[in-house]
Structures are given as C-alpha cells and as structure tokens.
Ligand binder design. Sequence first.
Ligand code: TYD
Ligand code: MG
Length: 458
Amino acid sequence: MATKAKTKSAWFCQTCGVESAKWVGKCPSCGEWNSFVEEVVVKSSPSQIIGSNGQGKKNKPQKISEISSSEASRFDTKNEELNRVLGGGLVPGSLILIGGEPGIGKSTLALQIALNLKNYTTLYVSGEESAQQIKLRGNRINSDNENCLIVSETSMENIFSHVKNTSPDIIVIDSIQTLATESIEAGPGSVSQIRECTSQLLRFAKESSTPVILIGHITKDGNLAGPKILEHMVDTVLQFEGDQNHMYRILRSTKNRFGSTSEMGIYEMQHNGLREVSNPSELLLSQDDESLSGVTISASIEGMRPFLIETQALVSSAAYGTPQRSSTGFDLRRLNMLLAVLEKRAGFKLSTKDVFLNIAGGIKVNDPAIDLAVILAVLSSSTDISIPKEVCFSGEIGLSGEIRPVSRIDQRISEAEKLGFKQIFIPKHNSKGLDTSKFKIKIHLVSKVGEVFQTLFR
Ligand code: TYD
Ligand code: MG
C-alpha cells in the first residue's frame, strides 16, 4: 500500500551530496564553495520503491559458516583484462561503476562486454543513445549476440518493468546520470536522483543476485560526477582512462570489494572496438632501434603484471628566470624531489634547466621502481649521452640518493630477459636471496645513483 507522499525541498552539495535545510555558501562537509542546489524531494515510504518486495522481508541472522559462498559462480566476462581488474570476473549481485571522460570508450567497452556474454541474457539500457545508434556501434564492433537486449530508456520505473519482462542475467546502465525515478521530482543528474536511482538498482542487484554495470560521467577535475556517496554505494569503481590522442586505454579499479585495486587492464582503441592488450611491454617500448639521449626503460610492475615502460626526458636551458618542470604520467612532486636529490647528492646542477618528463603510451605509473629510470633519463638528456637500448632499470630512490629495494625483483628481471634486454640495474639490497645464476641477462647491483652513472657513462 502506497502511503501519502510528503513533498519537501532541500539543498544538496553537488560535490559530496551533503543535505542541508537551507542554502550555504561553503559546504561544511567537503569545503566546496557555491555547490548547493535546491532540489525537490518526495519522501516515499519504503514500500513504494520498486525493486524491493514491499513485504518488508527480513533476512535471518546466520552463522558465517552456514552462508554459502558464491565465489565459484563469478561470471566470466570473456574479457581477460576486465576479469583481471574485477578480481576474476563479475560477482553476482554486485554493482559496478565505470567512470571516464566523454569519448574515452565507456559505452564501447560496456557494449562489448554485453555482446561477449553469449550464454547470458544481458539488458543494455541506454539513456544517451537511441537503439539505432547502439546498433551502429554494434556493427562497428562486429559482434552479435542473440541474448543481448537493447533498450533506450531513462525512467527507472520503465527499466524495472523491462527487467521484469526479460529477466536478464546482467544489466548495463549507460549512464547513471541520465536516469530518473518518479518518486523524486528533481531532474536527472541531480544529487537526489542519482542517489535514489543507485539505491534502487543496488537493492535490486542484491535481491536478485544480478550484476549491474553502471556507467558514470566524470567532472572536469577527473572525479566521478555526482555525489561521493555514489562511490560508497557501489561495490566496485573502475576508472577508464587514457589520452584521447593515444590509442591505449587503461582500466583500473579505485575501489573493489571483491578483488585487489592494484590491477590494471590495458586496451587499444581500434576502428572495430577495443582490443585487449595482453602483452603491454611490446606497446610501451618504442620500436626504433636507434638509441637516443634522454630515453630509458624501466622494469615496472602494476598489479600482478610486470612490464617494461619507456621514460623520456628532455633537459634544456631555461629560457626564462624560473625553470619549467613538466611531467606526463609521473607525479610532478616526485620528479621535483628526484631533481633535488640529483642536485644535492650527485652534484648535478639542474636548477637553471627546464625539465620535461614523459612516460610513453600515455600511461600513468605508480610503481616507485621507475625512479631510477627517471633519474637516468634526466641525466642522459642533460649530458646528451644516450643509454644503450639493451639496458633497463628498476629501483626506488631515497632522499639521500640511495637506491632502495623494490618488490618482486625476480619477475622484473625475467620480464626484461624475456624481452631481449642484455643488462639490468637493480638495487643492491635486492640481491639477498636472489639467485642470479638462473638469469642470462647481466645484472648490475647498485646502491647509489653515482655508481650507475659511472658504469654507463665512463
Ligand atoms: P564511446 O564508447 O562512445 O565513449 P564514451 O561512452 O566514453 O563517451 O567511444 C567513442 C570514441 O571511440 C569515439 O571517438 C569513436 C571511438 N571508437 C573507435 O575508435 N572505434 C570503435 O570501434 C568505436 C565503437 C568507437
Ligand atoms: Mg557513452
């Protein structure tokens, strides 16, 4: 029985979703200025909400040993990179949010997943494109699936009735910001709509054990649009990122209740959809054989996977008083710190130089083991002495200029050897327990930046 709805209006911070009875200039919760917008809310009784059974069904407390684990029944998405990022496939009843800039390929990725799941019924709901537009995209991807149903819809009530009629195994929503439910008067994309639609989908997902994939927009500063609580509500938050001008796309999780957040999936955007890149090293190393100054290779690890990344630096005399420091794919503060270490501990005067750093392929690196390659790229460009193409590096740099040990050194060395590198510089501290005799690659153990320099630029 529906009870009488009570109309109420409230002010919401568009950044963090905090509710206030009156307008405030500065959000007391997240500190954002001018972020409060008035929204009409209709408080509905829980029984009105579609998706819940309305009977006030209660779950019985159970012993943890008695709860059946559904670990074995993860859905295989037939997409190795996605499975890896999710921690081994889609968990039944999970709510997954994929965020990314416009045009990065979120819709393409979601459609590809839906079309790949041939043995399951998938419902692809789009609030942004018509069914014909999705069909055109499907033609480009060149994949068909009898069990994939497409609907262009923005009303939550209609979506739930489609779900009832088609009983899908997996649901894709493109995008959460376009949905609206009648129980709330605010427009689509407003904080209260996003919150309400997500909570209805969440309840539906948990009750029916259906995984729901949500696509979310991101704002100019790179955060997921809408309230922060959207991220709290879902089980997994995936970021789809990459440079529009590069063809590589990186899928990483910033939150995952069912797996690690350090995994990364790599795709290449092609004319016929996204291709999985299972051997990233080949893509991240440039193909020319000539060695150039300012280019070094780092043996890095992201998640469980080792791969080799090219680091490029350009050091030139500063044209203006204050030298410029710019970095793509690497933390600028860390670059400044490394330059200070070079100046103070190794005696290289870089304070009057512009320094530009670039990680190849538009990839962002979090592994600290890339430090050594960064420092050597800077030194190589500064002295204009090239480092042979057959050499690679792995090591973290400390504030006193020491080279600190890195994790999983075996894997890094093996990957370098596999890709045909002849020499690798690794931290001396990593030699403990390392059986160097099993590698054919020449291993240099170093503890100071100066030692690397002397070996290479003698
Ligand atoms: P799209 O999935 O629409 O991005 P989003 O949903 O994140 O906004 O991707 C759009 C871009 O991808 C567009 O610039 C065209 C390009 N694209 C390809 O290069 N190849 C393809 O096969 C497809 C479907 C799209
Ligand atoms: Mg889209």
